[in-house]
Design a protein. Structure first.
Ligand SMILES: *Cc1c(COP(=O)(O)O)cnc(C)c1O
Length: 214
């Protein structure tokens, strides 16, 4: 039986309790996004900046837009005026650009550091050691227009649940080790295929696309 978009969102929200749901709307039409909006949902995730900017122009202004994909430095300026949360900061240089664009827009931009936890080389992110270096660097401490809320990561795309759990646990441990000192609140991990495992491992925010629009 086919379920509506609203029913799918409701079902996932029931399963995840206090965890925040970001509806990943990449490749979806404006009509489909409007349908999600009409269900009362306000957090949308996009991984391509051009598409994100185009959709932001067309849709209601109280949507919270999440940039979840790899972010190029020359694209930051397009989202700086409105972005709610950037999930994919993977270098100090990129963060420097975000801070500069935030200054130009007279705002503070919230972000997550993306950590590389998967086996696949294709996935982006910092190693735990690189994270440690950045958060204790003078450059980072001097940035006043960016605020780190926590971490994001993507597990290996595999049926091996033990492997996915091990990767999520690694991320969760890294989050817990730093959250008090860094005042972090947000651990973004879990997608359509693995959000239940992510929930078991302490996720506070999941990013789900295909399971909602199927
Ligand atoms: C596409 C995407 C998702 C959602 O994936 P689904 O499997 O469709 O739920 C989550 N996070 C990122 C970074 C993505 O690019």
């Amino acid at each position: 039986m086919l379920h509506s978009i609203c029913e799918n969102i409701k079902q996932i929200e029931q399963e995840i309790g206090n965890i925040q749901l970001v509806v990943v709307s990449k490749y979806r039409s404006l009509d489909e996004l409007q349908e999600v909006y009409n269900c009362g949902h306000r957090s949308f995730g996009e991984n391509r900046i051009q598409e994100l900017v185009q959709k932001e122009k067309e849709l209601p202004k109280n949507i919270k837009w999440h940039a979840i994909g790899h972010l190029q430095r020359n694209k930051v300026k397009y989202i700086a005026p409105f972005i709610h949360l950037i999930h994919s900061i993977d270098s100090l240089k990129l963060l420097q650009v975000v801070n500069n664009e935030a200054i130009k827009n007279n705002r503070v931009i919230n972000f997550l550091f993306q950590i590389h936890i998967a086996e696949e080389d294709s996935k982006f992110g910092l190693t735990p050691i690189e994270l440690d270096e950045i958060i204790h660097s003078d450059e980072f401490l001097a940035m006043k227009n960016v605020r780190c809320l926590g971490l994001m990561g993507m597990a290996t795309f595999t049926d091996n649940t033990e492997q996915v759990k091990a990767e999520f646990s690694l991320l969760s441990n890294l989050f817990n080790q730093n959250k008090t000192a860094q005042q972090w609140s947000t651990l973004s991990m879990g997608m359509s295929g693995d959000y239940k495992l992510a929930q078991e491992c302490g996720s506070t925010m999941i990013r789900v696309g295909s399971k909602i629009f199927q």
